[in-house]
Design a protein around this ligand. Structure first.
Ligand code: AMP
Length: 498
């Protein structure tokens, strides 16, 4: 199928062609016609499937009737709101919006936290039809009356599962209250937990369900390998691997922000250029670290899952899990950075005994037993219970075999199994249900996102200018726990239920 057959306008086709895209990806093929018809969509797709274009292109086409060149901000109200979990993803999605709307007069902007709000205020006040935003910063703008959402026609939640994981649910609920009732809703998520299904049920009207797995040609090229190692020797082993294989561009994942910082420092002391990217680093530092890595100025980017989510780093040959993620789905997200665009990829995990259970969960999700190997000087006597496929490889043997990437003669493919991640399937849902309340146990989320906006009614009144006098008392600055449901919403839910 070609893009022309999807019913897209000439301007959009031109923008697509400028990008060098020849054919739509599976999610684009399925989602574009449905979104053009104005239907709600629940999309199961990960980064790397072309999902951003799948919602951006039809959204731009539907909004084209509003395109105008007036200088008046009133002529450019927000018509499409795209909510995303992280700043990096916000920037990437906005880049896509700009790319595909380059031949249109529609205006767009991006707002996210961690940077000064002032510049954003000026841009947003001048009027934009398409707004990409992280939920917290969007509410800041609403409180400051920088913008109103009264004219929104399309709401898009991108990486909805991650937004819930990060504790954005209260903010999302508040934002939804500020939108017109009649609108199109599009929700994209890599996984379908019961929480996601609940949100989808509340938000979407007769949605069309569209699910795609990552493209097979990409995923088949990834080889997985596990090195059992004591926690205390992980840094040493990592340095050994990087130096011996002369790795020039490697993404390393840690579970905690401090861990990422410590590791980046240690690598630097061994003259391996590296930087850490995580939620505590400001926007400039994160963007700079990513640019340096992409340009090859640093060899190692040490990242936490949250910071790395959505990063579009292409042609990465190695991803190393310095620590396994608590959620097996994050393993799939992590290694999705490699094996892209037809390039071969190697996903290495350094696994301590304490992480064995996490490894088992990951193997269950992928449906494979990951090959376990050891390196001379870094052996762990007792590796895994029931692991019969352990092999110790000496330096000599390794050299004969031509280095790391040839260790697994028959690369394991996780293609078929990655489909499990995106399908409504019992196994994944049961696991998610079991995981349920554990989110706060994840070291990544020990400091969950805390909504500043506890009182939805106050915010609605405030943003519509109805309650100017009582502003300070009405808007609660009291921190609320993540996943807090405001009394107003609870009340509404109860009355809905009764
Ligand atoms: P996404 O899943 O939206 O993060 O997109 C992943 C990458 O695929 C981005 O670098 C896009 O520019 C690229 N892409 C999106 N659609 C297509 C297409 N139809 N053909 C080739 N590349 C595409």
């Amino acid at each position: 199928m070609s893009f022309e057959q999807l019913g897209l306008s000439t301007d959009l086709l031109r923008a697509i062609s400028d990008q060098g895209y020849v054919n739509p990806t599976p999610i684009q093929e399925q989602a574009i016609p449905v979104i053009l018809e104005g239907k709600d969509v629940m999309g199961g797709a990960q980064t790397g499937t072309g999902k951003t274009a799948s919602f951006t292109l039809p959204m731009l086409q539907r909004l084209q009737i509003h395109a105008n060149t007036s200088m008046s901000p009133a002529k450019h109200p927000v018509r499409a709101l795209i909510l995303v979990p992280t700043r990096e993803l916000a920037m990437q999605v906005h880049d896509s919006v700009k790319t595909y709307s380059k031949y249109s007069a529609l205006r767009s902007a991006v707002v996210y936290g961690g940077v000064s709000i002032d510049t954003q205020i000026d841009i947003v006040r001048s009027g934009v039809e398409i707004l990409v935003a992280t939920p917290g910063r969007l509410l800041d703008h609403i409180q400051q009356k920088t913008l109103t959402l009264a004219k929104v026609e399309v709401l898009i939640l991108d990486e909805a599962d991650r937004m819930l994981d990060m504790g954005f649910l209260p903010d999302i609920k508040q934002i939804i209250q500020l939108l017109p009732e009649h609108r199109q809703n599009l929700m994209f998520s890599a996984t379908f937990s019961p929480e996601i299904k609940k949100l989808a049920n509340k938000l979407l009207q007769n949605p069309v369900l569209i699910e795609v797995a990552k493209q097979n040609s990409v995923s088949e090229l990834i080889t997985h390998v596990v090195y059992p190692i004591e926690s205390s020797k992980k840094q040493e082993l990592l340095i050994h691997l990087i130096q011996r294989e002369n790795l020039q561009q490697v993404l390393v994942f840690t579970r905690t922000k401090h861990g990422a910082d410590r590791l980046a420092q240690r690598l630097k002391r061994h003259e391996i250029t590296s930087e850490a990217i995580h939620g505590d680093r400001n926007q400039l530092q994160r963007t700079q670290a990513l640019d340096n890595f992409k340009q090859g100025l640093i060899r190692v980017l040490v990242a936490t899952d949250v910071a790395a989510r959505g990063l579009d780093i292409e042609e990465l040959s190695h991803v190393i899990n310095f620590e396994l993620p608590n959620n097996p789905e994050d393993y799939v997200h992590r290694i999705g950075r490699t094996g892209r665009a037809g390039a071969k990829g190697l996903a290495i995990s350094l696994v301590s005994k304490e992480e064995n259970n996490l490894l088992i969960e990951i193997e269950k999700l992928l449906g494979i037993k990951i090959k376990t190997e050891q390196i001379d000087g870094f052996e762990l006597k007792e590796t895994r219970i029931h692991d019969s496929r352990k092999s110790t490889i000496s330096e000599e043997q390794r050299n004969k075999r031509g280095g790391l990437s040839k260790q697994s003669k028959k690369p394991h493919s996780f293609v078929k199994h990655s489909e499990k991640v995106v399908h409504f399937n019992k196994e994944v849902m049961t696991r998610n249900a079991k995981r349920g309340d554990n989110k706060v146990d994840d070291p990544l989320f020990t400091q969950p996102y805390i909504s500043k906006y506890a009182d939805v009614n106050a915010l609605i009144e405030e943003s519509s200018g109805l309650n100017k006098k009582n502003t300070h008392r009405q808007i609660s600055k009291r921190p609320v726990p993540a996943l807090f449901i405001s009394p107003a919403i609870n009340k509404q839910k109860k009355s809905e239920a009764s």
